[in-house]
Design a protein around this ligand. Structure first.
Ligand SMILES: CC(C)(COP(=O)(O)OP(=O)(O)OC[C@H]1O[C@@H](n2cnc3c(N)ncnc32)[C@H](O)[C@@H]1OP(=O)(O)O)[C@@H](O)C(=O)NCCC(=O)NCCS
Length: 188
C-alpha cells in the first residue's frame, strides 16, 4: 500500500488479536501508558463489544482507535497516531471511521474522556463536533514525564496510572460527547 502521506492513502482496517504485535509496537514506541500490558491489549482486540480500527503504513501501524459498544451509547477508549504521521489528518480519518461504526450500532452518543491539558486531542474532538459535557476534577494521575507519556488517557489507562500516581498535580478529565441520534422532526 502506498500511503504517500495523505490520509486517503490509508485504508482503515479492523484489527484483531492477530494484530497484537503491531498494536503493541506502536504503543511502546509512543510511550503509551499501558504499553506492555499485553493481556489487556489482547482482551480488547478479542472483545466482541469493541472495535479496534487501524491505519496501516505498509506493514506498520500508523494509528489506531478503540471504540466500545455500550447498551445505548458508545465510548471512544483510545486514539493514537504515530508521531511521524501526525498532522496529516490520520486521527480525523480514524475518528470518522469510529463514528460510522457507532452509527451502524445505532448508538445515541459517542462519549469520551480526555485530559484537560491535551490541546491537540481536544481540538480534534471539537472539530469533529463533540461538545463538552463536564469536568471530572483530579481524575487522571500526574504524568511522570510529559515527553514520554501521552497527555491523555482513557479509563483503563487512568486506572493503571492512578495506582502508581500521587495526589499532586492530578489532571482534570474533560467529558465530551457527540450526539448521533437522528434529529427529531420539527413539530407544529
Ligand atoms: C491527538 C492525536 C490522535 C492527533 O492525531 P493527528 O493524526 O496528528 O491529528 P490530525 O492530523 O487528524 O488532526 C485533526 C485535527 O486535530 C487537531 N490537532 C491535531 N494535532 C494538533 C496539534 N498538535 N495542536 C492543535 N490541534 C491539533 C486539529 O484540530 C486538527 O485539525 P486541522 O489539521 O484542521 O487543524 C495525536 O496527537 C496523538 O496520537 N496524540 C497522543 C495520544 C492522544 O493524546 N490521544 C487522544 C486521546 S486517547
Amino acid at each position: 500500500m502506498s500511503a504517500e502521506g495523505h490520509p486517503e492513502g490509508f485504508t482503515p482496517v479492523r484489527l484483531t488479536a492477530a494484530d497484537l504485535p503491531c498494536v503493541s509496537a506502536l504503543e511502546a514506541a509512543q510511550g503509551w501508558p499501558t504499553a506492555g500490558s499485553q493481556a489487556q491489549l489482547a482482551a480488547t482486540l478479542n472483545d466482541g463489544a469493541s472495535v479496534v480500527v487501524g491505519l496501516m503504513a505498509g506493514e506498520a501501524l500508523a494509528g489506531y482507535a478503540v471504540v466500545v459498544r455500550l447498551p445505548f451509547e458508545a465510548e471512544l477508549q483510545a486514539i493514537l497516531v504515530d508521531d511521524t504521521w501526525r498532522g496529516r489528518g490520520l486521527a480525523r480519518r480514524l475518528l470518522s471511521t469510529v463514528v460510522a461504526q457507532t452509527r451502524a450500532w445505532s448508538s445515541e452518543r459517542l462519549l469520551l474522556e480526555v485530559r484537560a491539558g491535551n490541546a491537540p486531542a481536544i481540538a480534534l474532538y471539537r472539530g469533529a463536533g463533540f461538545r463538552e459535557d463536564g469536568i471530572r476534577r483530579g481524575y487522571y494521575a500526574p504524568r511522570p514525564d510529559p515527553a514520554q507519556f501521552p497527555p491523555t488517557a482513557t479509563p483503563r489507562q487512568a486506572g493503571a496510572a492512578g495506582a502508581a500516581g500521587g495526589d499532586d498535580a492530578r489532571e482534570d478529565a474533560l467529558l465530551m460527547s457527540l450526539p448521533l441520534a437522528a434529529e427529531e422532526p420539527a413539530s407544529g
